[in-house]
Structure formats: C-alpha cells, structure tokens
Design a protein around this ligand. Structure first.
Ligand SMILES: *Cc1c(COP(=O)(O)O)cnc(C)c1O
Length: 374
C-alpha cells in the first residue's frame, strides 16, 4: 500500500461490528476474566494500539509508540542515556529539547554539545569517546536549516551512537529518516499529524527491536501516555495528512516566492527556494519542502505592529495545523535565549516564523500584504 492508503487504513480496519473507525476505549483497566491481552491503560489500550500501528506505517517502521506530548516522547527517549554519556545535537533545535538537555538532563550527568549540523562535518567533529546519541532536527526551528540525514546517520553509526531524528517539521509525508539510516524518528503529533491544533501528542517510530523494547518499557515506567480520546483525534488527523501536506506545500511555495519579492521583507528562509543554502540536499531528501518558513523584515521595529494587523493569520506559537500561525521567535518561542546568543545564532528581532495553513492562498497573501504595507 502506498502512503495515503496506509494513512487511511492501517489501524482503522473494521472490527466485528463493521465500524469503519476504531472505537475509543475509554477504560483504565481490563477484566482479566476476559483473558484480554490488555491489562492496564497505562501499559496498553486498543485505541492507542491502533494509532501506534498507523504512525509506524507512516514512517515505514516496524514499531510505534505514542505519548501524551512530543516532550513525553523526548523524555522517554532520554532514558536510553546514562550518567557520563554525551549527545551531539543540531544547534537550532526545538526550545523544549534545548531546555530539557541543558536544565534537566545535565543534572543527571548527561553532557551535550550543540553544533551547526547543516554542515555534517561539524557533527563528526563534535563526536567524542563517550558520544552515545546524535539528535537532529531538519528543517530546523526557526532558521529552516537542512541537515543531511544520510551523512549524519552514517556518522552516528560509525560512532556507535543512537541516531534520533525529530521529523516534526517535515512530517512523514515529506521525509523518511529511517530509510536514510536513522534509528529513531520522533514526532510531536501535536503539529502536522494531528493537524487541527486541537490535541497534544508525541510518537517514536523505529524498526530496531531492541530499542523498541527498551522504549516500550520506559513508556510504561514513565507514564507519559496519551488518553484514548487523544489517540482517536490524532488517528483522525493522519487520514488527511497527505492532502493537507500537498496544500501546505502549495501555499508555502507560492508565499515564499511572493514574500521574497516584497519590499518590506529582506530575506525568506524556505528550503524550497533555489537560493536557500541547503536547497540541494533538501531537494534530495524531501519529497516537497513543507509548510514552514521564516522571513526577516527590513524594519525589525515594525515586527510587533505588523503582527497585530494580521486578520486571517493568527499570532500564536505552535505549527502544523490547518490554520496559518505566525510568531516572533525573539520574544516568543526563543525569548528565553539571551539576546547576544540569539543574534549570534541568527534569530534577529526582525525574524518571523510562519506556519502556512491550508486556507485560500489569496486570502493569506492579501492579509500579509495589508499588514506589511501599513
Ligand atoms: C512542538 C515540538 C516538540 C514538542 O512537542 P509537544 O507536543 O509540544 O510536547 C518537539 N519538537 C519539535 C520540532 C516541535 O515543533
């Protein structure tokens, strides 16, 4: 079965009643008289199992685990590390991942280094004797850098380190890290997979049996498991992932070109643009270029007033839903990074991050144009 067919049918096979959607099993425990394979809701639930099978199918993985949030998935993966281990991460990484490594796991003796992974040689140079994990994101947030997945997976393998790819920005529709050699794929299903900004969730997909067993044990031990109803919502979301992603890509491509020519915009960061520094590797490893972009205003002083004038595009954190969201990394998602460090990384006060939704592209263009001109 091809992608869209798997997305719709795996996990939603009709049961004995013929229902075309899996029931939401709102139960915390299971009668053991029924000789059910299920025992307790934290350990397993049939609705969650349906979702986990579906998510695994989307990444062409043998095994899937789902969580109550992306960070629940992150925390569970981190139990694969122990005191004295070292991790190499891409520098432009999700704020919550940066925070958990630098402010929590550091207390447990896990060391980490952040490198500009758009150049794979930097990842290789950062590998040390005790490197046990390589943690990458691509495209990155918010600078939209693209990491060479094949090259970085190879570096991890040579170092004997577990490779983890946060595939949230691309979604499994656009990019397949496991096929390029990664051990684990991570998703915040809150974003494109759920797709409607109405549920939080996370997932880890792998074809490595040993890692899966360890993570499944940790999933049950830690308890960051999703509710059956949340599983149902995400499963409903993935059925339309393929059509939504095509439209996200159409809209983003059109708006990236258009914003590039706008007199109020000095730069557009979108991997689909030919002038993007990593365009070639993006074209090689991604099917299309996604719905996320960032752009830099000529006048950073105008950022706040421009954002206030938007009417169709909503000023909000998060991404990947049907509705367009825009945010100001310097004061919102990346505000906790000290300004000099932020500027050094390229997160200037004039930078806006745009999650392009699937509204009519002309309405988005008009809305942006009105706000940018005023
Ligand atoms: C949102 C996000 C996360 C965290 O997921 P939550 O569902 O918010 O816990 C991790 N990585 C990336 C790239 C994200 O965008």
């Amino acid at each position: 079965m091809r992608f869209s067919t798997r997305a719709i049918h795996v996990g939603s096979e009709p049961d004995a009643t013929g229902a075309v959607n899996p029931p939401v099993y709102l139960t915390s425990t299971f009668s053991q008289r029924a000789q059910s394979e299920f025992v307790y809701g934290r350990t397993a639930n049939p609705t969650r199992r349906a979702l986990e099978r579906n998510l695994a199918a989307l990444e062409d993985a043998k095994h899937g685990l789902s969580f109550s949030s992306g960070m629940g998935a992150v925390t569970t993966i981190l139990t694969l590390l122990k005191k004295g281990d070292h991790v190499v991460l891409s520098d432009d990484t999700y704020g919550g991942v940066y925070r958990i490594f630098t402010q929590i796991w550091s207390n447990y003796g896990v060391e980490c280094d952040f490198v500009d992974a758009a150049n794979a040689a930097n990842v290789e140079d950062a590998v040390k004797e005790n490197t046990r994990m390589i943690w990458m994101e691509s495209p990155t947030n918010p600078l939209m850098k693209v990491v060479d997945l094949g090259a970085t997976a190879k570096i991890a393998r040579a170092a004997g380190a577990i490779s983890v790819m946060d595939n949230t920005f691309a979604s499994p529709y656009l990019q397949s890290p496991l096929a390029l050699g990664y051990d684990l794929v991570l998703h915040s299903t809150t974003k494109y997979l759920g797709g409607h900004a109405d549920v939080l969730g996370g997932a880890v997909l792998t074809s490595n049996r040993e890692l899966f067993e360890k993570l499944k044990f940790a999933q049950n031990a830690l308890g960051a498991t999703p509710s059956p109803f949340d599983c149902f919502l995400i499963l409903r979301g993935t059925k339309t992932l393929a059509v939504r992603m095509e439209r996200h890509c159409d809209n983003a491509e059109a708006l990236a070109e258009w914003l590039g020519g706008h007199r109020s915009v000095s730069r557009v960061l979108y991997p689909g643009l030919k002038d993007h520094p990593n365009h070639r590797i993006a074209a090689k490893q991604m099917r299309r270029f996604g719905g996320m972009m960032s752009f830099v205003l000529r006048s950073s002083a105008k950022a706040k007033s421009i954002l206030k004038r938007l009417e169709v595009v909503t000023l909000a954190e998060s991404l990947g839903g049907v509705e367009s969201l825009i945010e100001h990394p310097a004061s919102m998602t990346h505000g906790s990074i000290p300004k000099p460090e932020r500027e050094k990384r390229g997160i200037s006060d004039g930078l806006l991050r745009f999650s392009v939704g699937i509204e009519d592209v002309e309405d988005l263009r008009e809305d942006l144009d009105r706000a940018l001109r005023a």
